[in-house]
Ligand binder design. Structure first.
Ligand code: PGA
Length: 266
């Protein structure tokens, strides 16, 4: 059995928090991290871009990483209002979310756009957190695995690997709703994603982290984080309070509690 990847808990603040509250939250989480003993876990917060630069600056000496929520697929030039991955990396970010369902919905982002954004993130040596997930109608029509397969194959760049890509499986109907799939449903999709990653990236596909996202909170984190091939969580609402976010981080299982059977390629 191969070593399971180090889990990751990422907080997606979305379009929330002004300067003082954002800084206080980042500071609280960083302080808790500095005093933490327990299984190793990578923790990142993704504030709105208005706070990213200043939060990166004061967190630079802490283990808490900072990420962005989106970037342009383009590098530079006449693109009013857009921010390149290079600019985000230059602030000190370690990762950037791409393809979140809210961007796919609100800005018509296709798998091809998400692919281009992920590539631009990886070009800067940041990690791309690439989001995929089915809508409720797609799940009800029995199309979950089909939808997730297409999103994964079309959104994840060829040059991806465990060093520069994290997959976030976020069923659209679970985001911000307080509803989550059953553990068996999460397990089915994560196993499927793992098999696809193995096909696409060989054994490194086992080291690529697959996060679950969608209404993760301090009450359900314990169970969800123990589902096979769940290597962490992308957390929205519950990442806006230091206490709840911290309880989710503390729910990360010890490596000995994680079961992630590895298949051998025929
Ligand atoms: P939620 O959001 O935890 O508030 O459901 C998750 C996300 O959108 O990443």
């Amino acid at each position: 059995m191969a070593n399971a990847p180090i889990p990751m808990i990422a907080g997606n603040w979305k379009m929330n928090l002004f300067h003082n509250d954002g800084h206080a939250l980042a500071n609280d989480i960083a302080e808790k991290m500095l005093g933490r003993v327990g299984p190793s876990v990578d923790v990142a917060i993704c504030p709105p871009l208005t706070l990213t630069g200043s939060i990166c600056a004061f967190l630079s000496a802490t283990p808490l990483r900072v990420g962005a929520q989106d970037c342009s697929p383009l590098q530079t030039g006449a693109h009013t209002g857009d921010i390149s991955a290079e600019m985000i990396a230059n602030l000190g970010c370690a990762c950037c979310i791409v393809g979140h369902s809210e961007r796919r919905r609100d800005h018509g982002e296709t798998n091809q756009v998400v692919h281009a954004k992920a590539e631009s993130v990886q070009r800067t040596r940041m990690t791309a957190i690439i989001c995929i997930g089915e809508t409720e109608a797609e799940r009800n029509a029995g199309k979950t695995l089909e939808v997730v397969t297409k999103q994964l194959q079309e959104s994840v760049p060829e040059g991806s690997g465990s060093a520069n890509a994290v997959i976030a499986y976020e069923p659209v109907w679970a985001i911000g709703t307080g509803r989550t799939p059953t553990n068996a449903e999460i397990a089915e999709v994560h196993q499927h994603i793992r098999d696809l990653l193995f096909e696409m990236f060989d054994y490194d596909g086992y080291a690529i982290r697959i996060l679950y996202g969608g209404s993760v909170n301090e009450k359900n984190a314990n169970e969800i984080l123990r589902v096979p091939h769940v290597n962490g969580a992308l957390v929205g609402g519950a990442s806006l309070k230091a206490d709840t976010f911290w309880q989710i981080i503390e729910a990360v299982p010890k490596p000995s509690e994680v079961s992630a059977p590895v298949r051998v390629k025929a």
